[in-house]
Ligand binder design. Sequence first.
Ligand code: SF4
Length: 509
Amino acid sequence: MPSFAVVTFGCQMNMHDSTRMEEVLRGAGYAPAQDVEGADVVLLNTCSVREKAEQKLRSEVGRLGQLKRRRPDLVIGVAGCVAQQEGERLLRALPQIDLIIGPDNIPELPRLLADLDTGGLPQVRTVFDVDAPSFLSARPRPGSAGATAFVTVMKGCNERCSYCIVPHTRGPERYRPAREIVDEIATLVRAGVREITLLGQTVNSYRDPEASLPPGPLVAERRWQHTRGSLARQDETEFPALLYRIAEQVPELLRLRYTSPHPRHLTASLIRAHQELPVLARHVHMPVQSGSDRVLRRMIRRYSAAEYVERTDALREAVPDLTLTTDVIVGFPGESDEDFEQTLELMRRVGFVGVFGFKYSQRPFTPALQLADDVSEAEKGRRLERLFATVDERKVAHLTSLVGSTQRVLVEGRGKVQAFSATAGEGTASYTGRTERNEIVHFDAPWDVTGEVLEVTIREAYKNSLAGDLQELPPRRAPAASAASSTRPGGAQPSRVGQDGRRLLPVLG
Ligand code: SF4
């Protein structure tokens, strides 16, 4: 049986695509390899949103090229956004590669690999499924489901943020039928998943292509002070109605999150859904990118700082202890000291408890290439540090305020951080989970409590997380069949730690 390994770079969307690739390959008779070095097929699922991720791909292909010299039958495939962006060019630049496959062509993997196996030439398949969009559903194997899972609701993006390559690499917005989304969530919940994160580049612009959803709550009477004209009404999407549909049809689901939303679609109906649906987590990651209206206009974000603040204020008024995190780009072309000070002011005003901060870097095919990249690297670095320091202050105060409280934690698995519980004894291990507000909590337990919702009393606050002690142990469960995990270089999981301690890059938005 041929073996495969999938190596993932980038955001949750890529993580999700990697899981679908693994399922497609297993379905075609491939088995996961113990490690990359031993695999017959290695697929590098790439990200091109930041320059660094692209450089990483090139060095990974170089490393695999050495392996291929020893094992000429090794198939090296490149998937994801760099594959979509570069296509043939990548094949010419890196001749070690056998296969380039775009995000919409994953179902074709077995056929393309079979062609290569019979002596076919290197292949490039990067066609968007615009005419007949399709979405691969999760096929959880018995005992393989984790506590959390991603479910795609849409792909592509119709926004044209001037710095962003996603509209080029993922194509126009295509939505998945609500019926399919609900079915996939129900399947995952039956398999043991407790928390679902709905995925999409602008997830809250969702509209049901089968028009099966009722209109959202009629809250059009809400007048936004900072949104011009009738825009507030036009921005109403069917995303809130999808949330109500999921809550109604999968009542066993414990928690529902979504990423990444666009602030323009943080509408009155969505705010009402947060107020009315207990399944919705009390945390929202809402990318803002800048606090300066001048920079937001140059970024073509289509909202002002005041509009962002008004809408997030309304959300927190509706759900008082909800936490907010965000994305910020520093050093965008033309960003002055004053513009950057406005971003820091917005961080304080909104009270974010986490930020993914990035230095602007020019990306191919983006409108911002027309603008001079005129903030020096040193200045971008200084701004990034100040951004993190500003948000850290609020985050540390927030985490410290939770010491002594008892939190309900959904256990996601074994942790890397020892919780040093006073009650830790022989056989105890560290576990990690999240609260509804997305705070990471470490604690010790004497047996596997993954997937349980447990009460943990917080003992200590760290920079990005909390440590605590279990209130009560749940009964011991019979061990599940061991879950095969995808192979990563060096056995590492494909996670990246953001400034707020979240494990992955956001999906933009
Ligand atoms: S930043 Fe988000 S909303 Fe803007 S173009 Fe990229 S994916 Fe679309």
